[in-house]
Design a binder for this molecule. Structure first.
Ligand code: DC
Length: 221
């Protein structure tokens, strides 16, 4: 049986934190696939390639000079771990992620993260496209309001007022883009387990994923 846990879900759902902790608990590798789309958008911007230039951006994606070194992400030797998290690069990632040639250029690079020890992968199409045979697929979500509140707390923004409304609107726009695009849209697959995190702590979310994993091994043993 392949040792893969595929976790998909919308923007700011906290799936990255959960996926990284589950990977650490199992001693497996971790793939943050969104980071690859963010890196592609940033590198395209640095090379003055427009985000809607499908062939240009696909070439950038196919030859990304990136190194994942523990917590740091080096692009062309420069640590860009913070820079790729900006709202601007998030929107760029959402734009380049719509382009089929860019998605194909990143496909093998994502699959290369799978090692014998196992892999926890998070994104939008981990269970549908990149690792369709993953024995455990999870759709991790929370309401747009709760996700906006979590993001606002992270960056010290009050939970009401126009700054908060902007965060909520950005999350809703990104959801719309990710759900309604033609290629690899964000969706809950029929074989994915739903993890609704509105009322859960991160520890409870991690535990739930580990419990499901235990059950999936026992079922196939
Ligand atoms: O998870 P994230 O917010 O870092 O992802 C950034 C963008 O990349 C998001 O708008 C959707 C896109 N993405 C995707 O299309 N497919 C993935 N597997 C991961 C991310």
């Amino acid at each position: 049986m392949q040792k893969i846990i595929a976790i998909d879900g919308p923007s700011a759902s906290g799936k990255g934190t959960v996926a990284a902790r589950v990977a650490a608990a199992l001693g497996w590798a971790y793939l943050d696939s969104g980071a690859l789309y963010r890196l592609t958008a940033l590198h395209a911007k640095n090379q003055s390639v427009a985000w809607n230039d499908e062939i240009g951006v696909a070439n950038i994606a196919a030859s990304l000079p990136v190194v994942f070194a523990n917590q740091n992400i080096l692009l062309d030797g420069q640590d860009v771990s913070q820079q790729i998290r900006s709202e601007e690069i998030g929107m760029g990632a959402s734009a380049v992620a719509k382009l089929p040639a860019v998605r194909s250029a990143l496909l093998q690079r994502q699959r290369d993260f799978l090692t014998e020890q196992g892999l926890v992968a998070d994104g939008r199409d981990m269970g549908s496209v990149v690792f369709p045979d993953a024995p455990l697929k999870i759709f991790l979500t929370a309401s747009a309001q709760v996700r906006a509140e979590r993001r606002a707390k992270q960056i010290n923004v009050p939970l009401s007022g126009c700054q908060f409304e902007q965060i909520l609107a950005d999350i809703q726009t990104r959801d719309e883009n990710d759900r309604n695009r033609a290629v690899a849209p964000l969706q809950q697959l029929p074989d994915a387990k739903l993890l609704d995190t509105d009322n859960l702590t991160i520890e409870q979310e991690v535990q739930q994923v580990l419990d499901w994993y235990e059950k999936s091994i026992n079922k196939t043993a």
